[in-house]
Design a protein around this ligand. Structure first.
Ligand code: PMV
Length: 279
């Protein structure tokens, strides 16, 4: 029996900018995905047991297991998965599943295999999610340099909450491809986001940086109007908020990280029927 755990991630700064080689900063979450593989040679193949999961998620786990088998032996037995990470909402659930399953099947040395699977299933990814989730640590990331584990103030997100704005209509890969086609139009926003990352590393105030960062995400077109309005209301109440992943053009934008008066944030989010969870 081999067990593994992969956390989710929260991008503090850097969405899209990291895809184009700028800096990004992300932390791992306490919630995540557990996978445990029990070898059983009497089984013809891997049986995936994931209580409460939708068929699409189980099929995704099967795909990952099949990719793990590519260069290794055929696995026989049971792969039990448990997750408390919201799926498709910017917390890195897809990457966490790749890492948890790869480690359960292939062991702790599965990094290269897991990275290849990430590139196969999430084309165009920058590597920020992968590195943060693999390391389970705060990561300062830039494609062209070695990722750095950095130490951040321990109370940085103590008062933060997450607001679930719903599923985006587009996948991250679709949004990244859309951004790549518009690179010359969005350079200014990408540079602002890069600057936000550098300000955080230099110790600048998180709420102040988040407001700037959110403005750039809105300008990039990945914060749907309903979410942008909700964030603007949080700012008017003295707080700050930003989408923590790819966001979306229509539908929801996944999870929004919010700082400020929790009573006000709950009130504002509940007007939009958006659930709030503590970090
Ligand atoms: O898939 P998400 O929501 O975790 O998006 C990650 C952030 C992007 O910069 C948009 C993509 C990437 O690979 O860095």
């Amino acid at each position: 029996m081999r067990s593994s755990f992969a956390p989710g991630k929260i991008i503090l700064s850097g969405e899209y900018a990291v895809v184009f080689g700028y800096f990004g900063l992300a932390v791992s979450s306490s919630i995540g995905i557990e996978a445990a593989f029990e070898n059983d040679d009497s089984e013809p193949q891997i049986e995936i047991i994931w209580r409460g999961a939708k068929e699409t998620h189980i099929n995704y786990a099967k795909k990952i297991a099949a990719l793990c088998e590519k260069d290794a032996r055929k696995f026989r037995g049971r792969l039990v998965i448990n997750s408390n990470l919201p799926v498709g909402k910017g917390m890195g659930s897809s990457t966490a599943l790749i890492i948890a399953v790869s480690r359960a099947l292939l062991g702790e040395n599965a990094k290269e295999n897991a990275r290849l699977i990430e590139d196969t299933l999430n084309p165009g990814n920058s590597g920020l999610d992968f590195t943060t989730i693999w390391e389970n640590a705060p990561i300062l990331y830039c494609k062209s340099a070695d990722a750095k584990i950095i130490s951040l103030p321990s109370d940085l997100l103590r008062e933060a909450v997450l607001i679930d704005t719903g599923l985006p209509d587009e996948t991250t890969s679709e949004l990244v491809a859309w951004m790549q086609r518009r690179k010359s139009e969005v350079l200014n926003e990408l540079e602002i986001i890069d600057e936000c990352t550098k300000r955080l590393v230099a110790g600048d105030s998180l709420p102040a940086v988040m407001r700037e960062h959110n403005k750039a995400q809105v300008a990039l077109g990945v914060v749907p109007p309903r979410v942008a309005k909700m964030i603007a209301e949080i700012e008017s109440a003295g707080g700050a908020a930003k989408v923590i992943g790819a966001g979306g053009r229509a539908g929801g934008a996944g999870m929004v990280l919010a700082l400020g008066d929790k009573t006000w944030i709950r009130k504002i989010a509940s007007r939009e029927n958006m659930p709030v969870t503590l970090l």
